[in-house]
Design a protein. Structure first.
Length: 166
């Protein structure tokens, strides 16, 4: 059974902001289309925040996309905010997906923070074990075990250097 559907509306300047809440099925898609046609006055942009949507049914998406009148609401003025907008947005509209919010205030400097692992290169300047936590609990351990390079061939009349103990 679908969750009850409701739409919160507000105006900010010339822009219209909608926040639908509940499951998007056929009847709720028609409610959303009717709200857009009724409240859009031909000026500004329309932002639809999709974060409060529950399940999105394919039939609801089809109804929404087919019943939306681009002559009344030009699709280039229609913006969906949130990942669920990718499933709903008709061709010609835009989807805004924000990057993950970073709650730590380390600015990427603490070693335990997930932000420090995004594009970090670990320096291996001494022969010891290095470990750094990476996102999702994975850990990478690097061990430097390379000895100084030896020449493969001696110059004519020369000798190859030997390692101590070898």
């Amino acid at each position: 059974m679908a969750k009850p559907f409701e739409i919160k509306l507000k105006r900010v300047g010339n822009n219209l902001h909608l926040r639908p809440k509940g499951d998007l099925d056929g009847s709720s898609a028609m409610q959303l289309v009717n709200a857009l046609h009724e409240h859009y006055n031909g000026v500004g942009r329309v932002y639809i925040d999709t974060d409060a949507l529950g399940s999105i049914f394919p039939f609801g998406v089809q109804i929404f996309q087919k019943q939306l009148n681009p002559a009344h609401l030009p699709l280039n003025r229609l913006l969906f905010v949130g990942k669920k907008g990718l499933a709903i947005a008709p061709k010609g509209s835009k989807v805004i997906v924000a990057s993950e919010k970073h709650v730590c205030r380390c600015n990427g400097k603490c070693t335990e923070c997930r932000c420090s692992a995004k594009s970090t290169i670990l320096p291996l300047n001494s022969c010891q074990e290095h470990s750094r936590p990476i996102m999702n609990g994975l850990e990478i351990k690097l061990r430097c075990s390379v000895k100084s390079p030896l020449p493969l061939f001696a110059k004519e009349g020369g000798f190859l250097p030997l390692e101590k103990g070898g």
